[in-house]
Design a protein around this ligand. Structure first.
Ligand code: AHG
Ligand code: MN
Ligand code: MN
Length: 331
């Protein structure tokens, strides 16, 4: 049998996440492999969370947990189990010295004081969509420690600012599960093949178009948006743009990344700094969008340049296609 015939019979499955990570690692001289292992730990945790989400209806894991997170929001059982899965994977991996999670007030020390990295997490994003079988996600952000290796990590490791992220990304548990991340050399998306238990590179070099026709915000809050954002939404309507809002940031972000569009979660009277968290929602997605050619602001200033003073700090967020995001500043 000649090669051409063989190829016609068996289409290549493509590049696995593992092989992709390895190829990037070997391109860096002196790479120790710790960062690669950390990415694998995140991928592993996401596969477990994928499994739990898919079994949720069967395994009595849906519903309220009966407690509140540090922000006073009711926790769902899947919020907690995703939090546990990611923290456990990062602790067992050994490369991470501390974790910050939306679901816990303080730093989570892994006990690995020799770990070079710290990770900030929104373990389960889109909690309100868990019970109704709608797409949810995980958001992650990785920093190299600034505290000396071998000593206990501290808050300063997390409060370095968005530009210091060495990697950021998200997992979307949607009609298929995808892992999308950047290390500052563009954005790559991997789709999970359940039958093989592997992520495959499906969206290499993701970019967002400069404009776009989708706008996403909780329009029920329109009367509470500041006047500038209200005017912008009116402009979107006049242009007959398409309104799409899932209420899962990861899902809304991912759709707009692929189709072109803008997502807005502005300040509200009851949430003067907005609802979303800078460290593990806004910074990581801002890093991804900039790497994809888009932009992210807090309505005026660039998200990645915003200073951060506390791990659960909130920020308004306007994110998506560059031209659309810039229009909000100009209106
Ligand atoms: P989380 O589930 O991690 O608390 O995040 C929920 C966030 C975000 O995913 C979504 O875009 C937004 O809350 C929706 O808020 P509204 O219900 O106020 O629109
Ligand atoms: Mn969230
Ligand atoms: Mn969450």
């Amino acid at each position: 049998m000649n090669l051409l015939k063989e190829e016609a019979i068996a289409t290549p499955v493509g590049i696995t996440l593992d092989r992709f990570i390895k190829s990037k690692q070997s391109a860096v001289s002196n790479a120790s492999g710790e960062f690669s292992q950390l990415l694998r730990d995140i991928a592993l945790a996401s596969k477990i969370v994928h499994r739990e989400i898919n079994r949720a209806g069967l395994s009595n894991i849906l519903g309220m947990y009966g407690a509140e997170n540090p922000h006073g929001e009711a926790q769902q059982r899947l919020d907690i189990s995703a939090h546990i899965r990611f923290v456990r994977a990062l602790r067992n991996g050994g490369e991470v010295a501390a974790v910050v999670s939306e679901e816990e007030e303080g730093l989570i020390y892994t006990g690995n004081h020799h770990g070079k990295y710290v990770v900030a997490l929104d373990p389960l994003d889109g909690s309100s969509n868990i019970d109704v079988n709608v797409s949810i996600g995980t958001i992650f952000s990785i920093y190299k420690r600034v505290t000396p290796i071998g000593t206990p990590p501290g808050e300063s490791d997390f409060l370095q600012g968005g530009r210091q992220q060495v990697c950021a990304g998200y997992v979307l548990y949607g009609s298929s599960t995808m892992l999308v991340y950047t290390t500052g050399e563009g954005v790559n998306g991997f789709t999970y093949d359940i039958s093989l238990g592997e992520y495959f590179l499906s969206h290499p070099g993701m970019t967002i178009r400069p404009g776009g026709s989708v706008y996403s915000c909780n329009e029920g809050n329109l009367a509470d948006f500041d006047e500038r954002v209200q005017r912008y939404i009116m402009k979107c309507r006049e242009r007959r743009m398409t309104a799409r809002y899932i209420g899962s940031l990861v899902g809304d972000f991912h759709r707009n990344l692929i189709k072109g569009g803008i997502y807005l979660y502005p300040a509200l009277p009851q949430a003067p700094s907005g609802k979303l968290r800078l460290l593990y929602e806004c910074y990581p997605l801002a890093y991804v969008i900039e790497q994809a050619g888009g932009a992210a602001t807090n309505c005026t200033d660039t998200i990645l340049d915003l200073p951060i003073s506390s791990i659960h700090q909130r920020s308004p967020l306007v994110i998506g296609s560059r031209e659309l995001v810039e229009e909000v500043n100009q209106i």
